[in-house]
Design a protein around this ligand. Structure first.
Ligand SMILES: *Cc1c(COP(=O)(O)O)cnc(C)c1O
Length: 379
């Protein structure tokens, strides 16, 4: 293997394990859709899709059409769904490459109709329903109207209807999710009363897959859990208390190497702004990774990395392409020794959740912002 300065390792075994653990939870007939938006949550779009493909996953969801086109080249027969916004001038590429797009307004449907008619093809769309997240979606009051527009068109097929929960991972009380689910079913009934019966009804994200089987319908959209992370502490503790449950293994490790080691006397300031001063004489290691790579600057003076199985604290401010860690307590280290930013080394582990918490965010943001230019190595 070529050696890298800073790289991401993707465990095929862990990803396969998570896909099969989640698949075991599914209500029968529910299709498993792998959510690979945001460079597969920072894991690498193609790396993840190829492993998922080897696990017989043939349904992928992305945020935007460019990712869908990349997947289409490698997966000629997969169902590929764009969850996010597609500009009108990209509709042609979507239909030509059999990419499903998400629509939620009359303008969108009418434009799809126009593009499809020009090609004498059918446009496969998923109609997104607004049920309470106040994000994308057609309002319940407008469903009948959009249904009439769809029925009048003969080139647009509603192959899916979907919605997205607002707080299913954040609340032990499923009251709001239940309300959203019943609004979704109401919309599905309105569509049905107009003769529109989508083949795929889907609303379940990871937390819903794990905690609420009744939301599986005939497709689920698995994101964070597929990568071996929990949607929230609440979901994790709920599952732990259920016993049985579902076991997830983190897929991603993030590694770098020591670029320089130096001994410094007590009182020496480290890094920009002289924000941190050595309390006693010690050693620091300079690492070739910084906030440009996705190691958040808010981890300055509080992030921890693993060197030879020892936890080492980030000292001073994280720079754009470098950072310094305190390695005073680590014996026998050398330049170019491996350092773990996220991952396991012997008894110790640094998790994405731990770093996210220190950075004041969630694992979703922390991992999805790992720079996509860093090499992803499947192990
Ligand atoms: C990101 C996303 C998901 C996946 O959510 P997870 O909590 O990561 O499983 C599902 N559906 C939609 C619409 C999304 O945007």
């Amino acid at each position: 293997m070529k050696s890298y300065r800073t790289w991401i390792e993707i465990s095929e075994r862990a990803l396969s394990h998570n896909i099969s653990s989640l698949s075991e939870l599914l209500e029968k007939n529910a299709r498993f859709c792998a959510v690979v938006k945001a460079n597969a949550y920072g894991h690498g779009l193609l790396e993840v899709a190829q492993i998922a493909g080897r696990c017989d996953v043939n349904t992928f969801a992305v945020d935007q059409i460019d990712d869908a086109l990349i997947l289409r080249e490698r997966f000629p027969s997969a169902l590929i769904l764009v969850l996010g916004y597609t500009m009108f001038d990209r509709f042609l590429e979507a239909i030509q490459n059999d990419i499903h797009i998400t629509l939620y307004d009359k303008e969108g449907v009418e434009h799809a109709e126009k593009v499809a008619r020009g090609l004498a093809k059918t446009f496969k769309i998923h109609l997104k329903i607004e049920t309470g997240t106040s994000r994308q979606g057609v309002m319940l009051d407008d469903v009948a109207d959009i249904a009439r527009t769809i029925v009048r068109s003969n080139a647009v097929t509603v192959i899916g209807a979907s919605t997205h929960f607002a707080n299913i991972e954040d609340s032990g009380n499923p009251q709001f999710a239940t309300l959203q689910f019943s609004r979704f079913q109401e919309a599905v009934e309105i569509l049905s009363s107009h003769g529109i019966n989508p083949e795929l009804l889907h609303c379940a994200c990871s937390a819903a897959i794990i905690l609420y089987p009744e939301t599986h319908l005939n497709m689920v959209r698995a994101g964070i859990s597929m990568y071996g992370l929990w949607s929230s502490d609440l979901v994790q503790t709920t599952v732990r208390n259920l016993s049985g449950g579902c076991d997830l293994q983190p897929v991603l490790s993030w590694k770098t190497r020591i670029a320089q080691i130096k001994s410094l006397p007590m009182g020496t300031a480290v890094g920009y702004g002289l924000t941190e001063v050595l309390k006693r004489s010690g050693r620091i290691a300079v690492l070739p990774v910084g906030y440009y790579d996705g190691y958040d600057r808010s981890l300055s003076s509080c992030g921890e990395v693993l060197v030879k199985g020892y936890r080492c604290k980030v000292i001073g401010r994280v720079c754009m392409n470098m950072m310094m860690v305190d390695v005073s307590h680590v014996p026998n280290i050398q330049k170019e020794d491996e350092v773990i930013l996220i991952g396991t080394d012997g008894r110790h582990r640094v998790t994405a959740d731990e770093l996210a918490q220190k950075a004041g965010t969630i694992s979703y943001e922390l991992i999805s912002r790992i720079n996509s230019q860093l090499p992803r190595v499947v192990i």
